[in-house]
Design a protein around this ligand. Structure first.
Ligand code: GLN
Length: 481
């Protein structure tokens, strides 16, 4: 079956003429037809354009990903195609240009099958905040897929595409990858251009990808990473050949286990899965060391000040005047602003805008925003010090597997607390990855790997080594084989 092949296998089969790009795309389109509706994983399908594009890719097409179908998170601008960011505000928005990441992936030969569902403006950990309704977890459709890139993760898990893009501001690639049993990587802040990626919290937002294996992620990340003069935070540093770095050899690698990530809160059954995964890494020759990241407990409060502050500023542009949703029959300018924003934004987005405006306001700026900037520095310094001792960090991604849709109800604070293991790496800007490590009650558990700034190759190689001796990443949810 085509959806069981790796990206390299599909590319090779097309090169020899055993498979055409058109056949590959048609295969995944059939799966989308069959499954995407039930999972609610896509907001927009690009059937006609994809068929047309795939038809033009011959067996001799250049490009590392020529003929590989892909789904883009609906946060990435795609020229001529609706780009909603999961919001009613942008339900009518057709992007006039492509995001750099989209452009680079297209140049590498990928075929865009559609746009993935997501939490509105990437705010959420369960994908229940989308204007288009929640995404369902293919492993059990009564459960959440994680968020905010839940549509992308569910699409890869269900075999609707070999790869998908995502963004991670505080965990939105690693967490849904973990809960859906796929591999996901968030590179170093500045590695993938944010140009054309709708801004949530600009100092944290980072694009990355989902695929089934570290090997597939290496190919996709290699194509989307790199300096972009159109993004002032993009880093001008050569992109190594990630695929060539996959030796599978991690002998002598020092891997740190942060005590704070294994403390109370981590569900025992999930912990057992992580412990076993760490034993596998040790058996591969890695040296396991206990480390401390002492400011971990400040991460949730720091993030939930910094991210809303930046969001409140970024979302000021959606005013009903220039583009996006506009209310009916405004009576004056103020009515136009307030009703357009009140009707166009969902509840969680409004909550963040209020928190952000509050922590940035004259009387509270020093007490909240400035303080958060300082604690953010401490969290980043923890990682700097840890990486003087170890080459990689291994930890859980979440405290427990996926929870039931609706289970968190209207309890934003519990939802925020869920992000405790993913937020620190985002605040520090270091690269992170989730690899499938096992199951608890039929639901996937992810192992989180973190590396020093710009060491994505080390991360991918460790994930690859793990996947050489385990087959968690090859499992498919029942009904999606
Ligand atoms: N769950 C976090 C939030 O809601 C992170 C989201 C993200 O990474 N986009 O802000």
């Amino acid at each position: 079956m085509i959806h069981e092949k790796s990206i390299a296998e599909i590319v090779a089969a097309r090169g020899t003429g055993d498979l055409s790009a058109a056949e590959v795309t048609a295969h995944f389109q059939r799966r989308i037809e069959q499954f995407a509706g039930g999972l609610n994983s896509l907001i927009t399908r690009c059937d006609e354009a994809a068929r047309h594009q795939a038809g033009s890719i011959g067996s001799d097409a250049p490009g590392a990903l020529a003929g590989i179908p892909i789904v883009h998170k609906d946060i990435f601008c795609t020229k001529g195609v609706k780009t909603s960011c999961g919001s009613r505000m942008l339900d009518n928005f057709i992007a006039p240009y492509d995001a750099t990441a989209v452009e680079k992936l297209a140049a590498a030969g990928t075929v865009m099958l559609g746009k993935a569902n997501m939490d509105e403006f990437a705010m959420g950990s369960s994908n229940e905040n989308s204007f288009y309704g929640p995404v369902k977890n293919p492993w059990n459709t009564a459960y959440v897929p994680g968020g905010s890139s839940g549509g992308s993760a569910a699409a890869v898990a269900a075999g609707l595409a070999p790869a998908a893009t995502g963004t991670d501001t505080g965990g939105s690639i690693r967490q849904p990858a973990a809960l859906c049993g796929v591999t996901g990587i968030k590179p170093t802040y500045g590695r993938v251009s944010r140009y054309g990626m709708i801004a949530f919290a600009s100092s944290l937002d980072q694009g990355g990808c989902f695929a089934r294996s570290a090997e597939d992620c290496a190919a996709v990340l290699g194509a989307m990473a790199g300096f972009d003069p159109r993004d002032s935070t993009s880093v001008n540093r050569e992109v190594p050949d990630y695929s060539a770095a996959l030796t599978g050899d991690i002998k002598g690698l020092k891997i740190g286990l942060p005590a704070e990530y294994f403390a109370a809160g981590l569900q025992p059954a999930s912990r057992a899965v992580i412990d076993k995964a760490i034993a596998e890494l040790e058996a591969l020759g890695a040296e396991i060391v206990e480390i401390g990241l002492p400011h971990t407990d400040l991460a949730v409060s720091t993030y939930y000040v910094v991210a809303p502050a930046e969001a409140s500023s970024n979302l000021a542009r959606f005013d009903g005047v220039r583009y996006g949703y506009r209310c009916d029959n405004p009576v004056n300018l103020e009515d136009l602003y307030t009703r357009s924003r009140g009707e166009g934004f969902g509840k969680e987005v409004q909550r963040r805008i209020m928190i952000g405006a509050y922590v940035l306001s004259a009387g509270y700026y020093d007490a909240y925003y400035l303080k958060a900037q300082k604690t953010r520095r401490l969290i980043a310094r923890d990682f700097g010090q840890a990486f003087e001792q170890v080459d990689l960090i291994a930890a859980p991604v979440t405290q427990a597997p996926a929870f039931k849709l609706g289970e968190m109800g209207d309890d934003p604070v519990s939802m925020y607390l869920n992000d405790v293991y993913t937020l620190p790496a985002s605040l520090a800007g270091i690269p992170g990855m989730s690899v499938p490590a096992g199951f608890v009650d039929g639901l996937p558990v992810g192992l989180q790997l973190l590396a020093p700034w710009f060491e994505e190759a080390r991360l991918l190689n460790a994930g690859h080594a793990f996947q050489q001796v385990t087959d968690w990443h090859r499992q498919r949810p029942e009904g999606f084989e």
